[in-house]
Design a protein around this ligand. Structure first.
Ligand SMILES: Nc1ncnc2c1ncn2[C@@H]1O[C@H](COP(=O)(O)OP(=O)(O)OP(=O)(O)O)[C@@H](O)[C@H]1O
Ligand SMILES: [Mg+2]
Length: 272
């Protein structure tokens, strides 16, 4: 199989490029190193799942990509710019973020939640902002009648969809998702995965997600990056990564949940 790029085409720049990243926090007795020499490159159109044990630094890595943490060393570049510049105004047009619990404003209606990042910019008349928000509501598969509802009137799956519509209000090319299906029942979780997959196809979105859920991981990932020992120890297609010899990967993929995933992939169970 050849992966050569024809010389006449320009090579697309990566959406995210992380080189030799160090993330360090001060502690009472000194410093705690979360990432050391961490490299990760994410290309246009990929759906990358980041997995790792609790405390391995997944959330800190998402925050680095969002420009919310300062690297101690190394570089985090997002869409050709240092990630720390993303926290400037207009960041929502470059990166959308779906927080784990939806993080909707409870005092705002569905429509006002979705419209919020665009309204904050104060560049468009309000009627147009509302039109764009209504379009996004439909894009995530919700009926317009839900626009006037309050977050407390919504199911868990609907909250995720409204939060997704808000993350996509400014058509960012990069979408980050923290545990997108956590807390959803299997039916809602499957529906949300289907929605993410169709948005990925239709909008050409690049997605980076943190997930513990193997069904979601196998449904959506073109690539899995495993965080352990303060860096990405391996990244590749899920089927290849699950065979990489490492205690975390063994437990994660070959425990009871992993065996179920193999059934979904129609592969024979492994002896563990
Ligand atoms: N602001 C901070 N100050 C000090 N330490 C921090 C800070 N943020 C994170 N840490 C530490 O960095 C380490 C990695 O945290 P992180 O939240 O990224 O883990 P995680 O992989 O997301 O874990 P989980 O799966 O439990 O969510 C943890 O030991 C955490 O205590
Ligand atoms: Mg976390």
């Amino acid at each position: 199989m050849s992966r050569e790029t024809p010389v006449s085409l320009p090579v697309a720049a990566p959406v995210v490029e992380i080189e030799k990243l160090a993330s360090v926090f001060p502690t009472a007795g000194g410093e705690y190193v979360v990432h050391q020499d961490l490299d990760l490159r994410i290309e246009v159109g990929e759906m990358v799942s980041i997995v790792g044990g609790s405390g391995s630094g997944k959330t800190v890595l998402l925050r680095q990509i969002l420009g919310l943490e300062q690297p101690r060393a190394g570089r985090v570049t997002v869409l050709g710019q240092p990630a720390v510049h993303l926290s400037d105004a207009g960041a929502a047009s470059r990166v959308g973020m779906l927080f784990q619990h939806g993080a909707l404003f409870s005092a705002f209606s569905v429509l006002d939640n979705i419209a919020f990042p665009l309204r904050e910019l104060r560049t468009l008349p309000d009627a147009l902002v509302r039109d764009v928000a209504m379009l996004k509501l439909q894009m995530v598969g919700l009926d317009p009648v839900h626009a006037v509802k309050m977050p407390s009137d919504l199911s868990g799956g609907m909250i995720k969809r409204v939060a997704l519509a808000r993350a996509l209000i400014m058509d960012p090319p990069l979408l980050m998702l923290d545990e997108p299906t956590a807390g959803l029942d299997p039916y809602s979780s499957d529906g949300f995965c289907d929605l993410l997959r169709s948005l990925h196809q239709e909008l050409g979105l690049t997605m980076v997600m943190v997930t513990h859920d193997l069904d979601t991981l196998f449904e959506l990932s073109t690539r899995v990056a495993v965080l352990a020992e303060k860096r990405v120890i391996v990244s590749g297609p899920p089927r290849e990564v699950m065979d990489f010899p490492h205690p975390f990967i063994h437990d994660f993929f070959l425990g009871p949940r992993g065996q179920r995933a193999r059934v979904l992939l129609q592969e024979p169970p492994r002896a563990v």
